[in-house]
Write a protein that binds this ligand. Structure first.
Ligand SMILES: [Zn+2]
Ligand SMILES: [Zn+2]
Length: 121
């Protein structure tokens, strides 16, 4: 079981299932929305994802025809990414997980737009 919450604590969620994979996405939309070098996600089953508190605070922004980016309207924490083309899965943001995510990150996406200012590995 994974648990997570937003910065203000208004939204809390849980995931009752495994992480299929985790990723850092360097696409320019993730950079903009996260205000950071990447969006970092754990992909899980949509059926395993549940908002336990603050559903009314969650807003989804349609960043493309199929992409939906969930965030807290009070504090702005990015919470989820999903595609209407693959409703069986949802991605939760690694940075909102509590305790800290300690699993592997297997994928890097859109490395062609990975910022040069990110720390060297
Ligand atoms: Zn919040
Ligand atoms: Zn992205």
């Amino acid at each position: 079981m994974l648990r997570g919450s937003c910065l203000c604590g208004g939204v809390a969620y849980r995931v009752d299932g495994p992480v299929h994979h985790a990723s850092h996405c360097y696409c320019t939309m993730c950079q903009k929305q996260h205000g950071a070098g990447a969006g970092s996600y754990a992909n899980v089953d949509s059926a395993a994802y549940a908002v336990e508190r603050g559903q009314e605070l969650v807003v989804e922004y349609a960043s493309s025809e199929h992409g939906r980016r969930g965030f807290c309207r009070v504090c702005g924490s990015t919470l989820t990414w999903r595609s209407t083309e693959s409703p069986e899965t949802i991605a939760v943001t690694l940075g909102t997980l509590e305790p800290l995510y300690d699993g592997p990150v297997e994928r890097e996406l859109y490395i062609e737009t990975k910022p040069a200012w990110l720390p060297v590995r």
